[in-house]
Design a protein around this ligand. Structure first.
Ligand code: ADP
Ligand code: ZN
Ligand code: ZN
Length: 729
């Protein structure tokens, strides 16, 4: 049996939905291992997904793998999940697998290390030794000098010089350096554990009562103690030997905060985080700690759902409604939905927590068949912290600088009382466009159909879609008039207006232009907590999770954009955003206030918000969705197409629409349309929305459709993708 010819079925990162057969080389092999293989004239990296005793291709025509990496990347349950994901999202199996593994594994197969190293100088390394090194060994000298001062982590050396591994090898050869495994030191005080209130207790009881798979929706107002519930659940789970917990969070910006809270609570557990602020080595290292079972708590953003976690006993999705769980390119998966399947596959509980459930989850929780456990936390956990008062303030075009009198007065009150205010505007930059008052010309991006945003501090016009960046102009290119002026307002303009209104106040702007690093967010917290800031101006970055004890006023400047959007999810997004922002006010014992500026104060959406009543709002929206046959009452997908030339995309999408129409009468095929940004980065864009009442009809159609599109003759002139369960239009 052992002597029989075996064939390896290998997944490769190519847009063909199949595994590729290869012959083994001399090395031992097993499923889940990386291999280097010849593919055409290239050398590629793939993963062994199957081993078989036969192949449709004659062995004489098959090539052998070049090398096999000993590390096993995936276990069987992960393969099962990835196969499901590939089929569900209609994304080629090889690309599915290759897009979820830590990137360094893909790139440097030969440089693989099992862990990060830390380097120490040996006694041989002295100033004198460095000085006698050849002057051209500039980088080696640089590393050596640093090493004299302190031990260096591998990741530090990588930041120091480009050819870091050569430098290290050379210093090692000189006998100047030795290395050992890097072990991060964590010295954390143990946090005091609050006694759970009755609501929290009953949530925990409901979840722990049942063994095995069960989905629970924990619907709790901001500050109701959801995180506390997660922590106590995890504590309960980790009492059993060999257990691991996975917590998914929407934003990398939030992970450090949550991570700290968990670290202080669980000083004796190994905790790792997985998100894109980590460099490749840190990420790989943490991923391996999860995979080996060494880490018991894993906190990560959406991609972390694909981490192999052999002893996983619970999955928690914090802020489950957040759209950032959905990947918007490549493999367009929704981490919450994948998590649900994963939990079901391996029969463990999954917890979805939020103050504003997605309508999908809400619907599932409210179904009569009790698909989900529906658990509620009605009150803020800290008794003295009540929910803020929410009011609308009428504004119109004449409102000066877009800031109403009522808001100015409210800010003044806060300044007098030494409390803090947050002014929220969902647009960064100075003004959303540059406008000519003589001929109405506006500055547009040449590569995208969008307006260029005025950034006055740096005197530039920037496209927020493609990153195009140019000097500001003073003269209208259309009519030569000098009457160009910024129109509308963004964070910078609001900051400027506030500076004029409150010259004594200390004002801090927080948006993507000011916070490039995670350090800046940490220092934001320190500055807020030390009351060095009176007024914060910021974008949605500030809406989530941040906890500022002295913040008692939130002003929302531009809520109206979403009220009349063509995107049917816009009201849901706006509501949850407003509730999240409101959640920032009055977290401690000072009562908070929220002022929402709007030209449409009678919109029913605001009624629900004022009462903090998500239920009424969700029920109303769900009824609307049901009447219109929209999700969660139907199942949808979008075909997205991009082409350099208009005619190619147009032809492709029309043919695709015709073909889809011929496939099924159970699936509604809408007319192809242009998305709101018609042109992006020089590509013309098209999209086609399809909808079915049954998931299986949608799935059947997609399968045939995708097969057709992959073979379509024009396919190399267009880029296309299928987005299953889309959240953006
Ligand atoms: P959420 O995640 O729902 O926003 P948190 O878990 O962050 O809420 O709790 C909000 C605040 O209330 C935190 O400061 C937390 O320490 C505190 N808290 C939570 N549960 C309790 C409790 N049972 N007793 C006292 N304080 C609590
Ligand atoms: Zn003009
Ligand atoms: Zn652009």
């Amino acid at each position: 049996m052992n002597n029989k010819q075996k064939f390896l079925q290998v997944a490769i990162d190519v847009p063909i939905n199949q595994l590729f057969d290869y012959l083994p080389n001399e090395e031992p092999f097993s499923i889940g291992q990386y291999v280097t293989i010849p593919f055409g004239r290239r050398k590629l990296i793939g993963v062994i997904c199957g081993i078989s005793l036969s192949s449709n291709i004659h062995p004489s025509k098959l090539k052998s793998v070049i090398n096999v990496d000993p590390e096993i990347i995936f276990d069987a349950p992960m393969f099962k999940l990835l196969t499901f994901v590939s089929e569900y999202y209609h994304y080629p199996i090889g690309q599915t697998i290759m897009s979820v593994v830590p990137s360094r594994l893909k790139k440097n197969l030969n440089q693989l290390r099992q862990f990060e190293l830390i380097y120490q100088a040996t006694p041989k390394l002295t100033k004198a030794f460095i000085n006698q090194l050849p002057t051209r060994q500039l980088r080696i000298r640089k590393v050596a000098k640093e090493l004299l001062n302190a031990d260096l982590r591998q990741t530090d050396v990588m930041k120091l010089v480009s050819n870091w591994s050569e430098c290290i090898n050379q210093l090692e050869a000189y006998g100047c350096l030795k290395s050992k495994k890097y072990e991060p030191k964590v010295n954390v005080p143990t946090a005091e554990i609050p006694t759970l209130n009755d609501e929290q207790k009953s949530v925990i009881n409901a979840i722990t009562k049942k063994k095995g798979y069960q989905a629970s929706l924990v619907f709790g107002v901001t500050g109701s103690g959801k995180t506390e519930v997660y922590m106590q659940l995890i504590e309960h789970i980790l009492k059993e030997p060999k257990s691991q917990a996975l917590i998914l969070v929407p934003e990398i910006n939030l992970t450090p905060q949550l991570e700290n809270r968990f670290r202080t609570r669980f000083p004796n557990q190994k905790l790792v985080s997985l998100h894109s602020h980590l460099n490749d080595i840190e990420r790989l290292d943490n991923w391996r700690k999860a995979k080996s079972g060494e880490a018991s708590i894993i906190i990560g953003t959406r991609l972390a759902i694909f981490t192999p976690i052999p002893f996983i006993k619970i999955i928690i999705i914090d802020e489950e409604h957040d759209m950032s769980f959905k990947q918007q390119d490549g493999l367009r998966y929704h981490a919450r939905d994948v998590a649900m399947v994963r939990a079901k596959n391996i029969n463990i509980p999954i917890i979805l927590g939020t103050a504003t459930p997605s309508l999908e989850s809400w619907h599932n929780a409210k179904r009569i068949d009790n698909k989900y456990n529906f658990l509620k936390l009605n009150y803020r956990a800290v008794k003295s912290a009540s929910l803020p008062e929410i009011k609308t303030v009428l504004v119109n075009d004449k409102t000066k600088n877009g800031i109403s009198r009522a808001l100015v007065d409210a800010i003044n009150d806060r300044l007098e009382r030494k409390e803090q205010s947050l002014i929220f505007i969902n647009r960064r930059g100075f003004a959303p466009t540059l406008f000519c008052s003589s001929c109405s010309w506006t500055a547009e991006c040449k590569r995208c159909s969008s307006k260029l945003v005025v950034h006055r501090k740096v005197n530039r016009l920037k496209c927020h879609h493609c990153g195009h960046d140019q000097n500001i102009i003073n003269q209208c290119p259309a009519c030569d008039s000098m009457g160009l002026h910024p129109l509308g307002s963004g964070t910078q303009k609001v900051e400027e207006a506030l500076n004029k209104l409150f010259p004594e106040a200390s004002i801090l702007r927080v948006d993507r232009d000011t916070t490039r690093s995670k350090k800046s967010l940490t220092s934001l917290h320190d500055r807020m907590n030390n009351r060095e800031v009176d007024i914060l101006v910021g974008t949605q970055m500030l809406a989530k999770g941040h906890d500022f004890p002295f913040l008692t006023l939130v002003g929302v400047l531009d809520a109206d954009n979403a009220l009349y959007s063509p995107d049917y999810r816009a009201p849901e997004k706006l509501f949850s955003q407003l509730i999240q922002v409101s959640g920032r006010a009055g977290r401690s014992n000072i009562k908070g206030q929220v002022l929402i500026q709007t030209a449409f104060p009678n919109n029913p959406l605001f009624e629900g918000i004022k009462k903090h009543d998500y239920e009424i709002f969700a029920q109303t929206l769900l009824q609307e969705r049901e009447q219109m046959g929209l999700p969660p009452f139907s199942f949808t997908a979008i075909l997205r197409v991009e082409s350099k030339q208009l005619k190619h995309g147009e032809k492709f999408i029309n043919d695709a629409a015709n073909y889809a129409t011929s496939l099924s009468n159970k699936v509604v095929i809408y007319d192809p349309v242009r998305p709101s940004i018609e042109r992006l980065k020089g590509y013309e864009r098209f999209q086609l929305f399809i909808q079915a009442n049954a998931r299986k009809d949608l799935k059947n159609l997609l399968r045939q459709w995708v097969t057709y599109l992959r073979k379509y003759p024009l396919a190399n002139r267009v880029k296309w993708s299928i987005d299953v369960d889309p959240v953006e239009f």
